[in-house]
Design a protein around this ligand. Structure first.
Ligand SMILES: [Zn+2]
Length: 88
């Protein structure tokens, strides 16, 4: 099973999501643990908008569609950081 992991803000290791809690249809709270330094933290995860419309939309979930070119390759914390640096 694949788990979400991001850079540890304390030691530059990786913190792994160990548990998630649903807050709404589009928001989750994730609990991360760093095996290198023992740091533990909750973090928020939210679906902000849609890049393409769903083929099976739910009437009770409204997400604006903002079309965008398809992303290529895997997207992770390092990819996002590299993109942020490239656009600054
Ligand atoms: Zn750490």
């Amino acid at each position: 099973m694949t788990t979400m992991k991001i850079e540890c803000p304390c030691c530059d290791g990786e913190i792994h999501a160990r548990h998630t809690e649903g807050l709404s249809d589009t928001m989750r709270r994730m609990y991360f643990v760093c095996e290198d330094c023992g740091y533990r933290t909750p973090a928020g995860f939210e679906i902000l908008f849609s890049l393409s419309a769903s083929a099976k939309p739910r009437a009770d979930v409204s997400l604006e569609v903002r079309p965008s070119p398809r992303l290529r390759g895997g997207v992770n914390a390092r990819t996002t950081r590299a993109l942020a640096r490239a656009t600054c």
